[in-house]
Design a protein around this ligand. Structure first.
Ligand code: BV8
Length: 273
């Protein structure tokens, strides 16, 4: 178990909040850490008992799926049902509020998420780019057609595709070694135009091209706020570090930037917020 995060530094919160309050084109990169408080294990957490002997990076590849489609689809369906049982946490809700506050101010807040759990959307965020796809949709390996899934566990593994004889269903995620969806990259690049404040929340900042957006923000002179209880591969380059869980730091940051009560669950932001 990692050490408890130190208390949130008020000066760091104030400095980050000042940049956030001035911004009108906010981009937020999120990783598995923002869903940790929704009880969804991160990639670096020890895998749960059933899967502890598997390395996620080994399973999240086309090669693993080709070699052992049963094991890979069982792992993804297990994660899918975990995601369905999970609830958005105050960190997700604070980012949904941030999008609403920006809209009220004539600005934008775009989330570039590496996560596949759809908790941002369930928290109310609308401007979300799923860089690595979603575990909630699966597609035919032959036709690419997506299928609606039942909420409960799949009845058979690997699941046969209803769209093509002999084809299987695979999760609609981006595996290591696969290109990110062109539409997602294009949307992310459009969001980065004029970015004037970048948040990086709950990511170890080691997976590319997603982690590259941190340096893209720095390259256009946008302040970068990192929210993470641990140091990351980008910590020495960011502008502000809030060393705390996202569910603690993000509501605090929202309150500081836009007025108390705009944190995670408040109602419409106050005019002077
Ligand atoms: C690509 C979806 C072009 C699936 C994921 C060799 C061959 C091929 C490619 C490469 C190669 N070498 C490098 C690459 C590129 C590779 C890559 O970056 N590898 C890394 C490992 C070096 N990238 C790719 O392959 C990408 N495609 O490059 O295409 C190409 C094509 C062919 C050949 C060359 C190039 C595709 C990458 C996407 C992979 N799919 N997910 C699934 O979910 O199963 S990645 C997956 O892992 C996640 O989406 C995420 O991106 C990554 C895990 O990272 P994090 O989200 O950061 O999570 P992590 O557990 O690491 O960290 C959690 C953090 O949270 C920690 O910092 C922790 O402190 C913090 N935290 C914990 N609790 C909290 C918290 N923070 C806040 N609050 C808390 N409470």
């Amino acid at each position: 178990m990692s050490d408890p995060a130190p208390a949130l530094d008020p000066a760091a919160v104030a400095a980050a909040a000042a940049d956030l309050a001035r911004a009108r084109r906010i981009v937020v990169l999120t990783g598995a850490g923002i869903s940790a408080e929704s009880d969804i294990p991160t990639f670096r957490d020890t895998m749960e008992a059933l899967w502890k002997e598997f390395d996620p990076q080994e399973l999240a590849t086309p090669e693993a799926f080709a070699r052992d489609p049963e094991t890979v689809t069982r792992w993804y369906d297990h994660r899918r049902t975990r995601c369905l049982e999970a609830e958005p946490n105050p960190g997700h809700r604070a980012l949904a509020r941030l999008e609403r506050v920006m809209r009220e101010r004539g600005g934008t807040c775009t989330i570039l998420t590496q996560n596949v759990d759809r908790l941002h959307q369930r928290a109310g965020s609308e401007d979300v780019v799923e860089l690595h796809g979603t575990i909630m949709e699966w597609r035919c390996t032959e036709t690419g057609r997506r299928v609606e899934l039942e909420p409960g566990p799949m009845p058979v593994f690997p699941p046969p595709s209803p769209h093509h004889p002999g084809a299987l269903l695979r999760p609609d995620v981006v595996w290591f070694g696969e290109m990110l969806p062109t539409a997602a990259i294009e949307r992310a690049e459009r969001a980065m135009h004029g970015c004037d404040c970048f948040l990086s929340v709950g990511t170890s900042s080691v997976v590319y091209p997603a982690a590259g957006f941190i340096d893209a923000a720095l390259a256009v002179g946008a302040p970068v706020v990192e929210v993470n209880p641990q140091a990351t591969a980008a910590s020495d380059r960011v502008t502000h570090r809030l060393v705390a869980p996202g569910g603690v730091a993000l509501p605090r940051l929202m309150d500081e930037a836009f007025g108390a009560g705009t944190g995670a669950d408040a109602g419409p932001a106050r005019e002077d917020g």
